[in-house]
Every structure is written in C-alpha cells, then in structure tokens.
Write a protein that binds this ligand. Structure first.
Ligand SMILES: Cc1cc2nc3c(=O)[nH]c(=O)nc-3n(C[C@H](O)[C@H](O)[C@H](O)COP(=O)(O)OP(=O)(O)OC[C@H]3O[C@@H](n4cnc5c(N)ncnc54)[C@H](O)[C@@H]3O)c2cc1C
Length: 241
C-alpha cells in the first residue's frame, strides 16, 4: 500500500476520555498517511453559522506515531465558547470527520548522535507524544527527556502510557504541576523555569535537539532560557498555539 495525503471524511473508530476536558479521537485510515511526527491536520465539520452551513476547520496536531499505519489519533481540549471544539467533543464512535493534511514544519529529526528533549505544556504535549511514540516504536538508541507542565494531576494526558515508556528506560519523564494546592501530588511543582531547566538538563544541554510545544508565553519563555544557556537556534524546534 502506498502512503497518501488526505482530503476526505474519515470514520471515528474509538474515543478516549483522557482528562475531564480532553478527548482523543482515533480515525480509521484506509491507506497509510505519510507524515512526520510533529505535523498537524485540519479537522472540519459542517456547522450552521448564522443560518448557513459552513465547513469550519481548525488545526490539530497528530498525536499518534507514523509507525501506526492504520489509524490517526488527535487529542483536543474543549473550549466551551469555541466554534469547533465543543462539536468535536460531542462526536460519537462511528461518526465521520473531515480531515485534510498533513501540514507543518514542526518535525522530529531522527539523529542518533543527539538526545531529544521534549518540553510541553497542556495539550501542547500532542505533537511531542507523536515523537515520543515514534522513538519508542522505532527503538531509537538515544534516551529522550520530557518536561511536561500541567495545572493539576487530573490534567495529565497519556499518563499511563508515559509511565510505561519511562519503564523501558528510554524516556526520562518529568511532570510538573503548576497548581498542586488541594491535590495529592507528591512530585515536582511549579512552572518550567530557568532553575528547573538547569537542574534537569545541564549535563545534556550540549548534545541535544529540543522540541517545544504549548501556549506562546511558555514556548517563548523557554526558548529565551535555552538561548541564555547557549543552545543554538538550529537545535530548537517549536510550535505554539
Ligand atoms: C498547528 C496547530 C496545532 C494544534 N493542535 C491542537 C491539538 O493537538 N489539540 C488542541 O486541543 N488544540 C490544538 N490546536 C488549537 C486548535 O486549532 C483550536 O484553536 C482550538 O481547538 C480552539 O478551537 P475552537 O474553534 O473551539 O475555538 P475558537 O472559536 O477558535 O476560539 C474561541 C475562544 O476559545 C478560546 N480558546 C481557543 N483556543 C484556545 C487556547 N489554545 N487556549 C485558551 N483558550 C482558547 C478563546 O477564548 C477563544 O477566544 C492547534 C492549533 C494549531 C495552530
């Protein structure tokens, strides 16, 4: 079977409730889609806008790995006042969804001479998860590191799978909770900042490629910290929404 780019309706095979406000949709691929870990697709639904039917589209990073040839997974938050995400959230298994893609230059570069360091916040983990799954499936020799920030423990997506991948000793997993008050969280807390990056990454800063995704203030702040620590721009890959 040859790989293809897509511009059509795909069937929803499975829906996973990841957190109280985040779902994953698995779409069935009739043919493999050619994409790099980190790329995104446009998802669309025909919606009634001011009495007119319109195809409303938004970008969603592919969370599954290209090593999985017969499905695509997308993970999204619901924004109750948003135009598309509440409708995506209401979809059921067996429904169809318009998909176009892949797009985007935020791509994982396979480089066995360097470690990969993934830094993400919230739903910004999705393209990084595609990369982490790809590294695990391909059994790439270099160990990778994830620094992942979320508000509360209940907001951690893919938690079980991340712990499984960590057990393989190929992922150094660091989750930080920014609003731990009132939770049982015993792990790391606070925003990703210069101290945290220095503590976790100092010994490996020089031999690593960086992949950052999350809200603009988190991505821009982290790029600044990395540049202050003399990480060259050519080693920093970023996506922000
Ligand atoms: C390359 C790319 C990849 C993306 N990948 C993903 C992904 O994997 N998962 C995912 O959940 N989203 C992702 N997004 C964001 C997604 O495209 C939509 O913007 C999001 O789902 C909101 O769409 P909407 O139509 O519901 O809201 P809109 O109608 O577009 O926005 C309405 C209101 O919703 C709120 N809102 C919208 N987006 C955000 C936000 N990011 N943070 C806080 N408030 C917000 C704001 O109040 C906004 O004014 C990605 C965006 C880009 C550009």
């Amino acid at each position: 079977m040859t790989a293809e780019t897509i511009k059509k309706q795909l069937k929803i095979e499975k829906i996973i409730q990841e957190t109280p406000d985040t779902k994953t949709i698995r779409l069935k691929l009739e043919k493999p889609m050619d994409f790099a870990p980190g790329q995104f697709v446009m998802l669309g639904l025909d919606l009634d806008i001011d009495g007119e039917k319109k195809l409303v589209k938004r970008a969603y990073s592919i969370a599954s790995s290209p090593t999985k040839k017969d499905y695509l997974e997308l993970t999204f938050n619901i924004y109750p006042k948003g135009q598309l995400s509440p409708h995506l959230y209401a979809l059921k298994e067996g429904d169809n969804l318009y998909v176009e893609g892949p797009f985007g230059k935020f791509n994982f570069k396979e480089d066995n001479s360097r470690r990969a360091i993934f830094i993400g916040a919230g739903a910004g983990l999705t393209p990084l998860m595609s990369m982490i799954r790809y590294c695990a499936d391909k059994k790439l020799p270099a160990k990778s590191t994830l620094i992942y920030s979320v508000k509360k423990p209940e907001n951690i997506i893919y938690y079980k799978e991340l712990l499984e991948i960590e057990k393989s000793k190929k992922l150094d997993l660091n989750i930080t909770i920014t609003r731990p008050e009132g939770t049982n969280w015993k792990g790391r807390t606070g925003r990703i900042d210069s101290n945290m990056i220095t503590e976790l990454l100092s010994p490996i800063l020089e031999q690593s490629n960086f992949y950052l995704c999350g809200p603009p203030e988190m991505v821009e702040g982290t790029v600044k910290i990395l540049e202050e620590l003399c990480v060259g721009k050519d080693r920093i890959n970023r996506e922000q929404w």
